[in-house]
Design a protein around this ligand. Structure first.
Ligand code: MSP
Length: 642
């Protein structure tokens, strides 16, 4: 018998910053989909990794005064180490600096070049030196680069281009002929509407005079390949393309998970690259939305970049996985706040599932000393006590939803069944039945069905909460040897808990979380308004003498022999300033790099601990600490602050 096969991938993450909540979500969603497919008897392969070439990495390495490779090693390790913390079980981790990957990228470039789909051409365009990229007119804001606020320069450069336009019609037809190729529907529509306009050919190289941190073009040693031609190929190089067993076994069953930010490279460039190289097209793309934090896009300047390790430490890995899968509708954006995760833990996990579990097992302990008594089919029928059809409905709905990555709906189906079981208890009132000996066979049947219901729940939550699934099954004496999970087929067979089994008193599955714990109570002294004596009044003209500017911290380091001072390099748009700031006790260099600050830009130069300081940054005193001033939106450096 041949088993069904599916290959799951996450994007390979850039190593220009450490992993955050968004990266954790994609990895967990892919892990959930993989585990679900295993329950559906598929053989799976799960790939993730890091994308390590390109300008962004060089810039990040420079900011930390290290080499791109040393920097990539450090950040890639953070991504690798995060996986076990999140209980994500990947089969392989690829790094684009691995030598086998480099060889495959070069072989594919050669193949496409030889077939005539890559050509050399000179290109004149608007180039921003800050971003190290060309811009289209329509991407500029008031004629300026949206990131650096400076007008790009017209430069002429020769580069290699990939003839994407040649494959436009083919791609449109392929997407239309394969309804599952891009999911959910709205992203398919987005790609098809983009494809209504003529596709521009893709510039795939950078001259080495501008970028050396990349893979050499095999047909021109003066150039490296630029970003996507390197990154996308990871999905096949990791499988040992062209001859590897894994490639032969898994490639045509490939489903890529990405967020909406990178649908164009995945939905357009990648299928066309595969087509041009004569490689079968991947099976499909699952596109999800973005996580915002407290209503805003995650950004260093707002200070809301959420560390998944901290959340896992605070709430546990299964509650975190549950929250992410329950709260986001796959395809749409979602919002993360501590209040919502606590609410979900208390309401859905501690209250609904946790209480049901302990309620049923405590009753079984109280009435039958923990022994599973079995059920009487005649009584079940007469008294209408069956739960199996509710369980099967839940399994069916769950299966449909999970198949389409509608994880929130899959969980919704399980929780509907949990609610049915709670109502079943309230309707049949086991505590009343226990009062009379004659009712004992009815009580036995009810408790047997409820325990069976718990078994089904424990099996279905496995992809989302593997640890809780196992914990429940251990208590139910239903631990699955070897595999660690039950297939959907096994799950749907009713009456699996063995009569005569003795079940112990269960540990609590999910402790309730006290909402007040996250809000430190202010002491009376702290809440008392602090009114420093105000300085002498000034006129608006006096104030206008101070030139306040927005700046972005691009590097930071401690000053030897000083425990107060940090040496900062600040991007002021038109120039970079060195500022010595007395904030080392409140901010580490890592915490401050990337922050947007307010700079007093026309302050006379001063020397502090032998270092020149060209300005000052603004901060406020808060409970004996210093807190930097900033903005609630990302803003270009060099703008005036009024
Ligand atoms: N290196 C490229 C991908 C190459 S794949 C061949 C890249 N890397 S990235 O580090 O920027 O990662 C982008 C991906 O991280 C998104 O597509 C998504 O999977 C995840 N997310 C990053 N921020 C996110 C949110 N705020 N919310 C949800 N997912 C997010 O692009």
């Amino acid at each position: 018998m041949t088993t069904k096969k599916q290959f799951f991938t996450t994007p390979i993450y850039y190593v220009n910053a450490k992993p955050h909540l968004g990266h954790a979500y994609t990895s967990i969603a892919t892990d959930v989909a993989t585990r679900f497919k295993q329950m559906d008897a598929y053989e799976t392969f799960f790939l993730t990794g890091t994308d390590e070439h390109g300008d962004k990495i060089v810039q990040a390495a420079h900011a930390q005064e290290t080499t791109p490779k040393a920097y990539a090693d450090k950040i890639s390790k953070l991504f690798q180490d995060l996986l076990p913390v999140l209980n994500v079980k990947n089969n392989f981790f690829i790094r684009t600096t691995d030598s086998y990957h480099i060889k495959i990228v070069q072989s594919i470039l050669s193949k496409i070049y030889d077939s005539g789909d890559i050509y050399f051409s000179s290109y004149e365009g608007l180039y921003c030196f800050g971003c190290e990229r060309f811009y289209q007119e329509r991407e500029l804001v008031d004629g300026k680069c949206p990131d650096h606020g400076v007008a790009p320069e017209i430069i002429k450069e020769s580069n290699y281009f990939f003839k994407m336009s040649k494959y436009q019609e083919w791609l449109i037809n392929h997407i239309k002929a394969n309804p599952d190729f891009i999911r959910p529907e709205q992203y398919k529509t987005e790609i098809l509407s983009f494809l209504k306009e003529p596709l521009e050919d893709l510039c795939i190289s950078r001259p080495k005079s501008r970028l050396t941190w990349g893979i050499n073009l095999p047909f021109d040693e003066d150039y490296v390949t630029y970003v996507w031609f390197d990154a996308l190929v990871n999905y096949i190089s990791a499988l040992g393309y062209p001859d590897g067993e894994l490639f032969k076994k898994f490639w045509t069953g490939a489903r890529h998970f990405v967020a909406k930010d990178i649908i164009k490279p995945h939905g357009i460039y990648w299928p066309i690259m595969l087509k041009a190289a004569g490689i079968p097209i991947y099976n499909g793309l699952n596109v999800h939305g973005f996580w915002n934090v407290k209503g805003s896009k995650m950004s260093k300047s707002i200070g809301n970049v959420t560390d998944p390790i901290q959340v896992t430490d605070a709430y546990g890995v299964d509650p975190f996985r549950y929250f992410l899968m329950r709260e986001m509708v796959f395809g749409l954006d979602a919002n993360f706040t501590e209040e919502t995760i606590i609410y979900r833990i208390n309401a859905d996990l501690a209250n609904d599932l946790g209480n049901l579990f302990s309620r049923i097992l405590s009753m079984n302990l109280r009435y039958f000393k923990g022994e599973v008594k079995g059920k009487d089919n005649k009584i079940e029928k007469e008294k209408n006590l069956s739960l199996s059809s509710d369980a099967n409905r839940a399994i069916e709905e769950y299966k449909q939803a999970m198949e389409f990555c509608e994880f929130h709906k899959g969980l919704g189906a399980i929780w509907q069944f949990i609610s049915t079981m709670n109502k079943y208890i309230d309707t049949h009132k086991p505590w009343d039945l226990a009062k009379d000996e004659v009712n004992i066979p009815i009580l036995e049947t009810i408790l047997y069905n409820l325990i069976e219901g718990l078994r089904v729940v424990s099996c279905l939550i496995y992809p989302i909460m593997p640890q809780t699934s196992l914990k429940m099954q251990k208590t139910l004496c239903m631990e699955k040897e070897n595999m660690g999970f039950y297939t959907l087929k096994e799950t749907s067979v009713w009456e699996q808990v063995k009569k005569g089994t003795i079940m112990e008193k269960p540990d609590s599955l999910f402790p309730r979380i006290d909402m007040d714990k996250i809000k430190p109570k202010e002491t009376a002294a702290q809440t008392k308004p602090f009114k420093p004596a105000l300085k002498e009044q000034i006129t608006i003209d006096d104030f206008a003498k101070i030139d306040l500017r927005t700046g972005t911290v691009i590097s930071a380091e401690k000053i030897e022999k000083s425990n107060k001072l940090l040496k900062l390099k600040i991007d002021l748009g038109a120039e970079t300033r060195q500022i010595i700031a007395g904030i080392a006790k409140d901010y580490t260099p890592e915490q401050i790099i990337g922050k947007q600050v307010i700079v007093v830009a026309n302050l006379k130069e001063a020397t502090l601990m032998g270092e020149t300081s060209q300005g000052m940054i603004l901060a406020a005193n808060h409970k004996k600490n210093l807190v930097l001033s900033g903005f609630d939106k990302e803003i270009l450096p060099g703008n005036q602050v009024k």
